[in-house]
Write a protein that binds this ligand. Structure first.
Ligand code: FES
Ligand SMILES: [Fe+2]
Length: 385
């Protein structure tokens, strides 16, 4: 079905707004329309606290990551004072980007166009041949800072200077996950997957268990059916949805594979027998299981293109073990296989919803969070009724 001219009028989405078992799925154009995507950039990505990776990516002073996020080139860099900052990746002279996308380390940031140089804290240090320019004040020509805050070793950037602080976005999530000790975990591996699907398709997949018996029937389904004792959706107190799955052993290993001992601080708690898996809006999946944690960071690149970054987190003491790489390989195997299974499913769904014959469907009771996520998106992007 073609997208209507008044794309953001609430009447086109009334059936998505109904209770789960009466509701329809989002219209197909929500996953394909450039105008819908552009509205998400403006109303979601440019307003939210966006998850942009882990502090271990910039472990030492001078370490940086340059990337584009929601169309904005930016730099995340650790200063000589140890503080991690974010800046717009744009020279104050005539606007060139300063660092090419990727990661590295530098002592100063030097513009590749006319060699203006900036300190790691964004201060303009040198601007050759500018001494005759009237009223030019170097102190007023530093890099433009972006809001960056951290929680549990994760880096968040917000492009909206009027938005409340990160703590308000996260609500009660840090307390709920405190016993996992995320801040004492190391980022052991980071793996990038490029997907040919809309970001919502992958996010919806990440937060429903309905597909596990089909998509993962040869992998985690065996594990889930044998050991899973329960699966609950818990009430969120911030910008996220969250499930708790009760089961024995690690959710991050295939059946029969060996791994690390449980996280000590979980002993005796309900969390010691299960996995918390929040989806932090807009698009970061996090899973905390009994021996490790992992995240799926989504970077929207267009209506039907999304970059997925998988981050593997283990308690620091595990990473110091001589057998760390050998055991960690079992976890990487499980993640790589299941992520590929989910990407294949997501790319198939994208091809289907891009068809002129695509129509809205109905939800199973197994898909409450797909419905929640879709309604959260509508809350952000629709015009007021
Ligand atoms: S644009 Fe950077 S020095 Fe000219
Ligand atoms: Fe899956």
């Amino acid at each position: 079905m073609d997208a209507p001219a008044d794309l953001f009028h609430p009447r086109h989405y009334a059936k998505v707004r109904k209770p789960l078992l009466q509701a329809e799925t989002l219209p197909a154009w929500c996953y394909t329309s450039p105008a819908f995507y552009q509205r998400e950039v403006e109303r979601i990505w440019r307003r939210a606290w966006n998850f942009l990776g882990h502090a271990d990516q910039v472990a030492k002073p001078g370490d940086y990551v340059a990337q584009e996020f929601a169309g904005i080139p930016l730099i995340i860099i650790r200063g000589k004072d140890g503080i991690v900052r974010a800046f717009a990746n744009a020279c104050r002279h005539r606007g060139s980007t300063l660092l090419d996308n990727g990661s590295g380390s530098c002592g100063t940031i030097i513009c590749p166009y006319h060699s203006w140089s900036y300190g790691l804290d964004g201060t303009l240090l040198g601007a050759p041949e500018m001494h005759k320019t009237e009223d030019f004040k170097p102190a007023e020509n530093g890099l433009i800072p972006l809001r960056l805050e951290q929680w549990g070793g994760f880096l968040f950037v917000c492009f909206d200077n009027a938005a409340p602080p990160l703590a308000q976005w996260l609500g009660g999530l840090p307390d709920k996950l405190a016993c996992y000790g995320l801040e004492d975990m190391v980022l052991a591996r980071r793996k990038i997957f490029d997907m040919d699907c809309n970001w919502k398709i992958f996010v919806e997949n990440a937060k429903e268990s309905y597909h596990i018996g089909t998509v993962h029937k040869a992998t985690i389904q065996k594990y889930a059916s044998a050991r899973s004792a329960g699966y609950w959706v818990e009430e969120p107190t911030g910008q996220y949805v969250i499930t708790f799955a009760q089961h024995e052993n690690s959710m991050a290993l295939l059946q029969g594979d060996s791994g690390f001992p449980p996280i000590e601080t979980l002993a005796g708690r309900r969390e010691a027998g299960g996995t918390y898996a929040p989806l932090l809006y807009p698009s970061t999946y996090l899973a905390c299981t009994i021996d490790c944690a992992w995240y799926l960071e989504l970077q929207p690149l267009g209506p039907n293109r999304t970059r997925l970054v998988h981050g593997a987190l283990f308690p620091r003491s595990r990473a110091l073990r001589p057998d760390f790489e050998q055991l960690a390989a079992n976890y990487y195997k499980r993640w790589d296989i299941t992520i590929e299974e989910d990407i294949i499913a997501s790319d198939r769904q994208q091809r289907g919803v891009a068809s002129p014959y695509a129509v809205s469907g109905r939800f199973s009771y197994r898909e409450p969070l797909v419905h929640s996520i879709d309604n959260w998106v509508l809350d952000q992007v629709l015009d007021a009724p």
